[in-house]
Design a protein around this ligand. Structure first.
Ligand code: ZN
Length: 196
């Protein structure tokens, strides 16, 4: 039996594990943001509730396009990634949860470079699949490309905010490129496996 790291096709099991790892890390960063954030960084506001479904729809839509891109390059064995990519793209916003529970928190505590490095490391240790690493990176960049406003790039170590807008286009390009690379690598590995 092959170790999970050498899977030539993504599995539903690794997709589910990745969702749990990514969501768990996002909640951990949310908690750390609340614990480590100076009082000035904690706010209680939310975006207008009627705009939330539209925003989540945009996130899921871009994530789905990324997943379908992988599917188009790799083929039907990539089906778990068609679900995994939009799921992760939307899941990052779980870091808004405390506000909806009435708890003040920093703005977007998991929308951070520190978070994505930690999430990539955690999924590398737990899921051990290159395609998953690429999808995690792609979904994260895809999420930030759809968001507007400010984010704390070094949360929870430093809760200074910078505007997202100038980075949105490069982030969208990075998300698409990473998904493309995931599709190409999977396709090559799979062909090599088919030909022995
Ligand atoms: Zn967001």
């Amino acid at each position: 039996m092959k170790p999970e790291g050498s899977h030539f096709s993504p599995t539903w099991n690794s997709a589910l594990k990745t969702i749990l790892v990514y969501g768990g890390m996002a909640l951990l960063f949310t908690l750390l943001g609340i614990l480590l954030g100076p009082p000035g960084a904690l706010i209680g506001g939310t975006r207008p509730v009627n705009t939330i479904p539209t925003h989540l729809g945009e996130l899921a839509g871009f994530g789905l396009l990324l997943g379908l891109g992988i599917f188009a390059i790799f083929g039907k064995k990539g089906l778990p990634l068609v679900f995994l990519t939009p799921a992760l793209t939307v899941l990052l916003d779980i870091d808004h949860l405390p506000i909806y529970l009435g708890i003040a928190e920093p703005v977007r505590p998991a929308h951070s470079l520190v978070f994505i490095i930690a999430a990539l490391a955690a999924s590398a240790i737990i899921v051990k699949a290159l395609n998953v690493e690429l999808v995690v990176a792609s979904a994260f960049m895809g999420h930030l490309a759809v968001d507007t406003g400010i984010f704390p790039p070094f949360s929870p170590l430093n809760l200074e905010y910078i505007p997202l807008d100038t980075y949105r286009l490069p982030l969208a390009a990075g998300a698409i490129l990473t998904a493309f690379i995931a599709g190409v690598i999977l396709r090559r590995q799979s062909r090599r496996a088919d030909h022995g």
